[in-house]
Design a protein around this ligand. Structure first.
Ligand code: G3P
Length: 221
């Protein structure tokens, strides 16, 4: 399963990329707004730091505007995936951009039928938002199971990119289902690394090493 970071925060991107954890990045206008500054500079820098796919989102709501913006976004780097919303115009733009060799991520997917239609339109990725379904009392992970089953029945090349992830259990469940990608807020990736027994175990090892050193002052690893 690929791991993308769902952020426009350059420090987090560099931090996790240096650990070799990142296969790509997803952004959206809300994430760019959160970081402040000039979004163009941020988008350019992200495409340069990350070798894998970087999803950058259009803000036009009609086809011709999406096409113009999609092509402009693609100028930031050859790894840019154009993110379009799950609307009729978004699907039309998905079809056109994909036909021109520009990969597309269809976002704001909340039903299996929306995922099916986005795949039919040639999307490289579909982005089902599971946390927002959980928020309204629906089972977001059930949507991932349904999309996985549907895509497995046919020859779609479209990848399931699980978005709106809120905690590490979401990641385990998505991996068990066989989702292609999870896109994670930095805080979730931080939590995935930690375990209290790792912390305690390391503290004990270091304390015992200090005892050894007390008996053998010249010792070095
Ligand atoms: O990638 C989509 C994601 O940014 C949405 O997350 O937490 O706003 O539902 P959230």
């Amino acid at each position: 399963m690929k791991i993308f970071l769902d952020t426009a925060d350059l420090e987090s991107i560099k931090k996790f990329n240096d650990m070799g954890l990142l296969d790509g990045i997803t952004t959206n206008p809300s994430l760019l707004y959160k970081e402040g500054g000039n979004p163009k500079d941020a988008m350019k820098e992200i495409t340069e730091i990350i070798k894998g796919d970087v999803s950058l989102e259009v803000v036009s709501t009609e086809y011709s505007g999406m096409m113009e913006e999609g092509k402009r976004l693609r100028e930031y780097g050859s790894n840019v995936v154009v993110k379009v919303p799950m609307t009729p115009d978004g699907l039309k733009a998905c079809k056109s951009l994909s036909s021109e060799g520009i990969p597309v991520n269809v976002t704001l997917i909340f039903s299996p039928n929306q995922a099916l239609l986005a795949a039919k339109s040639g999307a490289k990725y579909v982005s089902p938002f599971i946390g927002r379904l959980d928020d309204i009392g629906q089972d977001g992970m059930h949507l991932i199971k349904e999309i996985k089953e549907i895509f497995s029945n046919y020859d779609f090349g479209t990848q399931i990119l699980v978005a709106s992830i809120r905690h590490p259990i979401h990641v385990i469940d998505a991996a068990k289902i066989g989702a292609d990608v999870v896109t994670l807020p930095p805080a979730v990736l931080d939590k995935m690394m930690k375990h209290p027994l790792t912390k305690i175990g390391l503290e004990n090892f270091l304390a015992d090493w200090e005892k050894l050193k007390a008996e053998n002052p010249d010792i070095k690893i």
